[in-house]
Design a protein around this ligand. Structure first.
Ligand SMILES: Nc1ncnc2c1ncn2[C@@H]1O[C@H](COP(=O)(O)OP(=O)(O)OP(=O)(O)O)[C@@H](O)[C@H]1O
Ligand SMILES: [Mg+2]
Length: 335
């Protein structure tokens, strides 16, 4: 484990996690924000989808980052009042969306599913969403919302013929059509090419800068990297870290890395690695030395001379845990 101070502490349950460093500041007060999640758990039978999560989100863009099955959609569904928490409270604009109709009308949801009414065109689809929200002039509102997402309201093609990026924007228009203060967007960047993604991110930033609370989920770190947003990291139903992209990157770089070293005389190599102090853990797996290190670069520099001194032939050195899943695992385990 590193001796460097951690830039992002895992949030305490009683602390608002919506500002970089906020997680390290103790407070007895419950979190204050446009969306407040306090001690929330959600069980589906034996499955713990969300486990004792607390955070508060203010205006601007906030990303909910986590691997598949982390509990992101379940959290979003609870915020929208679509399903109740098993424990804890979820408040949006100070109210419970399950019991407060007014507040439901101030939330816009773009669901994860790519299910649109495929035979409708974008104007019809968005106008249906407007009518569902009780907007006075659904067509005018739909035209306005499609303008915001830069789609042509008079395109006339059914949305089934739209590209993934256009479908995502149609869903955003439908979520926006009643001018909500809180926008909950489940994987809105999914499936977009880099140009579409950049434009969508600009759009989300603009919506956040207007004073809306924009919550965006993703399971891809690079997707949220360009959002100048706060990031809440959810894994296995728990909030495991929060901060901005740079802080999370540092936290990830700070974790032990697992390296596979294939060499002759693995036991001697392992012993020499421990003696040299470059590893924090080591075990032998067949002919392979599996080493955990906080200093990948140093290990990379020192392993060849070390093997040479032992008269052992070095065959392969490969990192085992460069994927984001292992980062999430690390964040869960360190709690
Ligand atoms: N209605 C449900 N019934 C039973 N289990 C559910 C239900 N909804 C979600 N789950 C389970 O809860 C956990 C969290 O699921 P959720 O869909 O919230 O994750 P997610 O972070 O949105 O994942 P993904 O990135 O795949 O969309 C998963 O184990 C999932 O299988
Ligand atoms: Mg989901």
């Amino acid at each position: 484990m590193s001796s460097r101070p951690r830039p992002v502490a895992a949030p305490r349950p009683d602390v608002a996690a919506d500002e970089p460093g906020a997680a390290a500041v103790a407070s007895a007060a419950p979190p204050a924000g446009m969306v407040e999640v306090h001690g929330v758990s959600k069980f589906f039978g034996d499955v713990v989808a969300v486990s004792d999560v607390t955070f508060a989100v203010r205006a601007g863009v906030t990303a909910l980052l986590g691997p598949n099955g982390a509990g992101k959609s379940t959290l979003f569904r609870m915020m929208c009042g679509l399903t109740p928490p098993s424990r804890g409270t979820v408040r949006v604009l100070g109210a419970d969306a399950r019991s407060d109709r007014d507040v439901r009308g101030r939330i816009g949801l773009s669901p994860q599913q790519d299910a649109l009414f495929d035979r409708l065109d974008a104007l019809e689809f968005t106008a249906v969403a407007a009518a569902t929200q009780g907007v006075t002039d659904p067509e005018a509102a739909a035209r306005h919302a499609l303008g915001i997402v830069e789609l042509d309201p008079d395109d006339g093609r059914p949305v089934s013929g739209y590209s993934k990026g256009m479908r995502q924007r149609t869903k955003l228009a439908a979520a926006l059509v009643h001018d909500p203060e809180v926008l909950i967007l489940d994987e809105p960047l999914n499936g977009l090419d880099p140009v579409q993604r950049r434009r969508m991110i600009e759009l989300l930033e603009e919506l956040g800068a207007q004073g809306r609370c924009v919550l965006v989920s993703s399971h891809v770190l690079e997707e949220v990297a360009r959002l100048g947003s706060r990031i809440l990291v959810i894994a296995q139903g728990r909030l495991v870290a929060s901060g901005d992209y740079r802080e999370l990157r540092e936290l990830m770089d700070d974790r032990p890395h697992r390296i596979s070293i294939e060499a002759d005389r693995p036991r001697d190599c392992a012993a020499a690695l421990v003696t040299s102090g470059t590893v924090v853990g080591v075990h032998i797996d067949g002919d392979v030395v599996v080493a955990d290190t906080l200093e990948v670069d140093r290990l990379g520099r020192e392993i060849a001379p070390l093997a040479k001194d032992l008269g052992a032939r070095l065959r392969e050195v490969i990192p085992l845990d460069e994927d984001l899943e292992s980062v999430f695992r690390y964040l869960v385990e360190r709690r």
